[in-house]
Design a protein around this ligand. Structure first.
Ligand code: EPU
Length: 418
């Protein structure tokens, strides 16, 4: 199993580039199943979750061609609208094919995802939404079996709670449903809006994506299209935090500052100087001491849960007590214990982590438990004295493209060992 070895203590400096968004690319790839014509997607990050989704799309019978960050998909004929357990168990976002497959084929069989390190993460809201569009859904043998032999029928769907992939799944089902669908309490994440841009270029009629009410007028058929995925705001945020934590001077290029407003505000409160030298560029420096700041994770445009672990690592170096409250997932503090092994002073109380800083960080052997927890260990290791060895880096490979070479390019001493 691969490990990352990081010799910390080097301030990151220079320019680092952001890849395409994993969480926007996943639904975009699933959307390709909605048309028999070819779709070309640009800026697809080469990470493990994307390879899993490409395997899944190939499994249902689509042709897939990958040329670097460009992916061409042609789902001329869907042989088996089925997502098997072997693929779904490695990536929960596989459930994103449920909506498009029912919309296009009138039936789908998708394995239920199992447990997850960060919380239970059921897909009941995806299923309830599809039922409201007229699908008959049964659960048997660990699979969701959805059928709509006469096609889906538009409806008003109000989500009980905000769900990102649930909104995306239902949006993809609704574009080929008869009549109007209104999705209320929809997720407002930029990844949902990006999916809508792709679907609209395929001929879908959608209004309001990126707000909490999305209106869809169903069409009978979608066509091929070409689309460029938005930059990864979580990768960009991880780099900004790494720059601040190592007290470097780091320029993050190719991002959308608008997608990072909540993080930027918190960084500034913590005493980090954040500037926008160009419309797609952010630069961080730390002129004085880092100050303690409280964060509470929320749906977009609030503070992203996917940046909570990395921000907690930053707060270990801030003077005073910081409260980190996680409201999206019930078990997303696995990094706290590993950070404590590196010298952090963190107490967990239910959904709250209380971080007392600053305490010096020292390199240690640590274990990555999920994607963003691994990212927090990487940023902490970059700032720690001595060597950190991070085990189970396959978690980080799920979502960060070329992490070692990107960080090495701005001065990090980082290498991968087997
Ligand atoms: N939920 C339900 N029922 C459902 C769906 C969700 O109870 O049917 C609950 C979840 O258990 C959770 C909350 O609702 O407590 C919100 O979950 P959501 O559905 O929004 O999460 P997701 O769509 O499964 C996406 C990202 C996650 C990110 C969350 C929250 C993708 C592929 N994944 O997950 O990204 O943390 O939204 O922003 O878009 C990551 O990249 O590391 C990652 C975990």
């Amino acid at each position: 199993m691969d490990k990352l070895v990081i010799e910390g203590g080097v301030p990151l400096s220079g320019e680092i580039a952001v890849s395409g968004s994993k969480n926007a690319a996943l639904p975009a790839l699933a959307a390709c199943l909605l048309t028999a014509e070819p779709v070309t997607l640009h800026r697809i990050p080469q990470v493990r979750d994307i390879r899993t989704m490409l395997d899944l799309i190939g499994h249902v019978g689509a042709e897939v061609r990958v040329e670097g960050g460009r992916v061409m998909i042609c789902a001329g004929h869907i042989e088996s609208p089925e997502a098997p357990y072997e693929l779904v168990k490695t990536m929960r976002a596989s459930s994103l094919v449920l909506g498009p497959l029912v919309g296009r084929c009138g039936r789908a069989r998708v394995s239920l995802p199992g447990g997850c390190a960060i919380g239970a993460r059921p897909i009941n809201l995806h299923v309830a939404g599809l039922e409201q569009l007229g699908a008959e859904v049964r659960q048997e043998h660990g699979y969701i079996q959805a059928e709509a032999p006469n096609g889906l029928q538009g409806a008003n769907v109000q989500f009980d709670r905000i769900t990102v992939t649930g909104t995306e799944d239902l949006l993809m089902a609704a574009v080929l449903a008869r009549g109007e669908t209104v999705i209320e309490n929809a997720a407002r994440e930029p990844e949902v809006a990006d999916l809508a841009v792709l679907l609209i270029s395929m001929g879908a009629r959608i209004e309001g994506a990126g707000t909490s009410t999305i209106r869809v007028q169903g069409v009978t058929k979608l066509r091929g299209a070409e689309h460029t995925i938005i930059p990864d705001r979580i990768e960009a945020g991880t780099f900004l935090i790494a720059g601040a934590l190592t007290r470097g001077d780091l320029t993050v290029r190719g991002c959308v500052p608008e997608h990072l407003r909540a993080l930027i505000a918190k960084l500034q409160q913590a005493g980090v100087e954040v500037t926008e030298p160009a419309p797609d560029t952010l630069r961080v420096r730390v002129p004085g001491r880092l100050k303690n700041v409280d964060i509470t994770t929320e749906e977009h445009p609030g503070f992203a849960t996917d940046l909570q672990a990395q921000f907690m690592a930053l707060m270990t170096q801030a003077a005073g007590i910081s409260f980190v409250t996680e409201t999206i997932f019930e078990n997303r503090f696995m990094h706290a214990q590993e950070l404590a092994r590196m010298g952090a002073n963190i107490r967990l109380e239910g959904r709250q982590a209380i971080v007392a800083g600053p305490t010096p960080l020292s390199g240690a052997q640590v274990i990555a438990s999920d994607l963003r927890a691994s990212a927090s260990l990487v940023v902490a290791a970059l700032a720690a004295h001595g060597e950190t060895v991070i085990d189970r880096v396959y978690h980080i490979d799920r979502g960060y493209e070329k992490i070692e070479s990107k960080l090495a390019g701005v001065g990090a001493r980082i290498r991968r060992i087997q």
